[in-house]
Design a protein around this ligand. Structure first.
Ligand SMILES: [Zn+2]
Ligand SMILES: [Zn+2]
Length: 71
């Protein structure tokens, strides 16, 4: 997303670190659904928080990406 590298900043400690975000918010899903890999995107903590400030739609990630490119 923003190309932040935890490893570059935190060294070994941050190596391989990222947060997983559900493209469709769990609160919007009915009953038990299995999480599929396609439903997750990996983002840094900052982008993750920003995603959760957005409406919770499938294209949030695309929009956030665009917002980052513009900023
Ligand atoms: Zn999330
Ligand atoms: Zn980020």
């Amino acid at each position: 997303m923003c190309e932040f590298s935890f490893e570059n900043v935190y060294g070994k400690l941050g190596s391989g670190f990222a947060e997983a975000h559900h493209v469709v918010p769990l609160g919007q899903l009915r009953d038990k659904v299995k999480t599929r890999v396609e439903d997750l995107i990996t983002v840094c903590g900052n982008c993750h928080r920003m995603l959760h400030r957005m409406p919770g739609k499938r294209d949030d990630a695309t929009k956030l990406n665009r917002a980052i490119r513009k900023a």
